[in-house]
Ligand binder design. Structure first.
Ligand code: GTP
Ligand code: MG
Length: 370
């Protein structure tokens, strides 16, 4: 997403809509609180209002909707953690989740390779935790980045017989960029070549120093295959989550992120979303990127029908007019007509942007010219 509503920007900046509108007028932009502005303008406004915000930061804030500064303290209640499982291909991420869920997703995967983000809700000692499984194959960088952006905690899976590999490093970087704590699971401890000490040593090079060596990183040796070490790992997840005191306001209109979306022949667009704040209800009108629609039906990760989904809950919904983009933000809105107008406007802006010659020079452009 490359735009933000003025009202939304105001609440992110803890300013009134009027203050932001005034600032926009100074910049020569005529916009009301309900209008949508692009990030360059948003970043300028933010800076003018004394917030240290770069374009990247604004995008990051927009993507991490768990920002609850707009909700009054009285409405905030604890929410369950969302945990992303990341790591190099074949290091055992899906196997770990299978072990936690007592399921068998791995054997159903083509070539044993995960190619999408799986979202699961599991009860751990009576408390729900949402887990996102991500692919380790190098081709899926954006999925991993997205996975890290919408979550609270990362479990980094490292195979004990293989060690730190390129996508392990990438995963560490995504988690750091998203500013979420990393818990390391050294997997495949049952293998003869397992060498956890070597991995702990390697991890220090990336700033992940084990607690037993005086650092702050929780490192759990496990075997997903033999279901060993899972209790300590899950305990670490629960403890880390408790320390973060995660909260949300279930009373407000839902907002969150599209995890993935596809077109189903019979049902039309099928969209998996993670509700990050508010409560999504059957019948709600939602807008996601350039797609708009009414939630006709919702199902959870077990295929059970739901009529509402609160914060941290992943749900599959049908009823969108078209397939939204993975990573798009979604909002439940009160006015369907307005939502459709906004979507039309977004589409027109995109068309205009596509036909206009681009003057933007990115860092990549600069480097590729050298
Ligand atoms: P991608 O999603 O493609 O990145 O792979 P993944 O990280 O999800 O790995 P997956 O769970 O598919 O496991 C890869 C292979 O490692 C499978 O053959 C698993 O059976 C095996 N494996 C996973 N965990 C263990 C373990 O603890 N011990 C042993 N010996 N094998 C394991
Ligand atoms: Mg997998």
């Amino acid at each position: 997403p490359d735009e933000i509503a003025v009202g939304e920007l105001a609440s992110r900046l803890k300013k009134t809509g009027a203050e932001v509108v005034r600032q926009l007028i100074k910049l020569g932009v005529m916009a009301s609180v309900s209008d949508v502005i692009d990030y360059d303008t948003a970043a300028l406004v933010a800076m003018e209002l004394g917030a240290k915000v770069t374009k990247e930061v604004v995008v990051t804030i927009e993507e991490r909707l768990i920002d609850v500064s707009a909700d009054s303290e009285a409405d905030l209640v604890p929410r369950s953690p969302v945990v992303v499982v990341m790591g190099h291909v074949d290091h055992g991420k899906t196997s770990l989740l299978d072990a936690i869920r007592k399921s068998d997703v791995v054997s159903g995967e083509a070539g044993g390779i995960t190619q999408h983000i799986g979202a699961y809700r599991v009860q751990i000692k009576g408390k729900p935790i949402t887990f996102l499984d991500t692919p380790g194959h190098e081709a899926f960088t954006s999925m991993r980045a997205r996975g890290a952006m919408v979550t609270d905690i990362a479990i980094l899976v490292v195979a004990a017989d293989d060690g730190i590999m390129p996508q392990t490093v990438e995963a560490i970087n995504h988690a750091k960029a998203a500013n979420i704590p990393i818990i390391v699971a050294i997997n495949k401890m049952d293998k003869p070549g397992a060498n956890p000490e070597r991995i702990k040593q390697q991890l220090t090079e990336y700033g992940l120093v084990s607690e037993e060596w005086g650092g702050e990183t929780i490192i759990c040796p496990i075997s997903a295959k033999l279901h060993q070490g899972l209790d300590s790992l899950l305990e670490a997840v629960v403890l880390t989550a408790e320390m973060r005191e995660l909260k949300a306001n279930p009373k407000r209109a839902a907002q969150g992120t599209v995890i993935e979306a596809r077109l189903d022949k019979g049902r039309g667009p099928v969209t998996t979303v993670l509700v990050q704040n508010g409560t999504l209800k059957q019948g709600d009108v939602i807008i996601a990127g350039k797609a708009v629609g009414r939630v006709r039906a919702m199902t959870d990760d077990k295929g059970e029908k739901l009529t509402q989904a609160g914060p941290s809950v992943p749900v599959e919904i049908i009823g969108m007019s078209e397939v939204p983009g993975a990573g798009d933000l979604f909002y439940a809105v009160a006015d369907e007509r307005m939502a459709r107008e906004l979507v039309m406007q977004r589409k027109e802006e995109e068309k205009a942007a596509a036909s206009a010659p681009s003057h933007k020079v990115t860092l990549e452009d600069l480097f590729s010219q050298i």
